[in-house]
Design a protein around this ligand. Structure first.
Ligand code: GDP
Length: 496
């Protein structure tokens, strides 16, 4: 179709056109320079302006990151702000953005990416608060010669429990009329979890000049978010020019920043390589199917299975099957059979089903076991895990989730559930517009069952929907030209 990705035999461009820094040791993180070998080549244009912004950021991180004297000074200012008011204003001092985890891995990866773009725009250094063990041995360090992991003795405690009522939040500070405080407070909290738009909570002013003015001179900003708030940054006038230079096309922000930031650890990469090598490598075509169900969009297993099959067969993603399960007709479906050899060789199609549930995989596998595929393709169906439920506070669980996102990102064609951040990450890394199974309407699959996504960009599920000028509710799908309502979740907005 119209996807801007093609398979071209070319020497491997290990740095992805300058997106990745060459300054890493290859063996400490095998996936960094290798993941792209397994993906289709990206044709999403990378701007030289973004490349220089990344290199500049890397120098800043080396200068300010944990372990440096600048970091020690900044933490000392946080511990005793009164003794050093005057220095907190010095332009040469480092300023920080501390990201703290919330929700599932897909949500986390999208919110870190958004935080990173905000850090790029504001000259802050991004630090990753791991909060426990569940994100250990998951990702490699993204920045050369430095760590992004927040040291455990960081003086602000309990960040993972911050919320709307946290006194230091941007919304509460603005509510008290302290937006222009001089000197600024040593730290502020920005609450962008999905409940931030509730009446009475003012953190949505983050997306307005008032909010940005209040944060500008604050040394430490702590952020908690489960949102892909990148489209929201495109709503803020002061960042417009820089964003348009970094992303002249605007439709592949996560694709670039995600491939820059997320490199699975050697443990996770081992799982990915073993699975790929055992089940997927030999196929001529890889079809990724991600099935995610949400309690807010109930649908029965039968109905959802029917939706998957009608989308996959209707859009020629998977072959239809012959009605009868016996008879000579079926010989065409057996690779290597004499009749097959006389016609054309069977194409090997590997279908990777990724889901918390096992039923969809079982039914698709059985369909091609019991019936031959029209056209004679050999269809093999695999599912790495079916973990039953979400347990994002367990390390092994997150490692498996990341391994599956990576495997999905190697697909040639993708079919995915609407509104899943797990899916957004997988297809965003691939740079592939997936076929999206639209959300059920009154427990029934809609018609058509799926649509080709308009963009590879994730959807910002909970935009502020606020008009900064009028200081009232507004429709952020209509505020600026390149931000539109999402197709898979009407209230959300995305870059187009
Ligand atoms: P979302 O809820 O679909 O937006 O995605 P998230 O990644 O934020 O949260 C879902 C979490 O449930 C994932 O991070 C995984 O921990 C788990 N999960 C959901 N679907 C799958 C799957 O297909 N495979 C695996 N291994 N885990 C999954």
């Amino acid at each position: 179709g119209a996807d801007p990705v093609v398979k071209v035999a070319q020497p491997h461009d290990r740095l992805l056109g300058g997106l990745l820094s060459p300054d890493f040791n290859d063996t400490s993180c095998l996936s960094r320079y290798r993941a792209s070998l397994y993906r289709r080549r990206s044709l999403h244009v990378l701007s030289s302006h973004l490349v220089s912004a990344l290199r500049r950021y890397e120098s800043l991180h080396r200068l300010c990151g944990p372990g440096t004297s600048a970091y020690e000074r900044a933490v000392a200012r946080l511990r005793s702000p009164s003794s050093s008011n005057t220095t907190s204003d010095a332009p040469s001092e480092c300023r920080y953005l501390v990201w703290t985890p919330h929700a599932g891995l897909g949500n986390r990866m999208l919110s870190i990416t958004s935080a990173f773009l905000y850090a790029l725009l504001t000259g802050r250094v991004l630090l990753f608060h791991r909060s426990g063990d569940d994100m250990k041995d998951l990702f490699c360090e993204p920045f050369p010669g430095a760590t992004w992991v927040l040291p455990e003795d960081f003086p602000i405690r309990g960040m993972e429990r911050f919320g709307i009522r946290t006194r230091e939040s941007l919304g509460n500070a603005l509510g008290r009329g302290e937006g222009g405080r001089d000197p600024p407070p040593p730290w502020m909290y920005v609450h962008l979890r999905h409940d931030y738009t509730r009446p009475g909570a003012s953190d949505r002013l983050f997306f307005c000049d008032d909010g940005q003015d209040a944060l500008r001179r604050v040394g430490w900003v702590v952020l908690l978010s489960d949102n892909y708030f990148v489209p929201g940054l495109f709503l803020i006038p002061r960042y417009e020019r820089e964003l348009s230079r970094m992303f002249p096309r605007r439709d592949a922000v996560f694709h670039h920043l995600g491939r820059y930031l997320f490199h699975p650890s050697n443990t996770v990469w081992g799982m990915v390589m073993r699975y790929h090598g055992s089940y997927l490598a030999k196929a001529e075509e890889r079809v990724g199917v991600q099935v995610r169900t949400f309690s807010w969009a109930p649908i029965s297993t039968d109905e959802l299975y029917g939706q998957i099959v009608s989308c996959a067969q209707g859009e020629n993603i998977l072959p239809r099957v012959r009605e009868s399960s016996s008879g000579s007709d079926n010989a065409t479906a057996i690779p290597g059979s004499r009749r097959q050899q006389q016609q054309r060789p069977a194409r090997r199609k590997a279908v990777l089903v990724v889901s918390l549930h096992g039923e969809y995989y079982e039914r698709i596998r059985d369909m091609y076991y019991e019936h031959g595929a029209v056209g004679g393709d050999a269809v093999s169906v695999f599912q790495p895990t079916h973990l039953g439920g979400q347990r994002s506070e367990e390390r092994m669980h997150n490692q498996k989730a990341l391994a599956e996102m990576m495997l999905l990102s190697f697909s040639d064609v993708a079919l995915t559930s609407a509104a899943s951040t797990f899916g957004y990450v997988s297809h965003g890394l691939a740079g592939l517009r997936p076929w999206v199974l639209m959300v059920p309407v009154r427990k029934k699959a809609p018609n058509p069952p799926c649509r080709l996504a308009a963009t590879v960009e994730p959807c910002f599920h909970t935009p502020p929907h606020y008009d900064c000028q009028a200081r009232t509710k507004g429709d952020n799908g209509k505020t600026v030209r390149h931000v539109r309502h999402c197709e898979d979740l009407k209230d959300g907005v995305q870059l187009v």
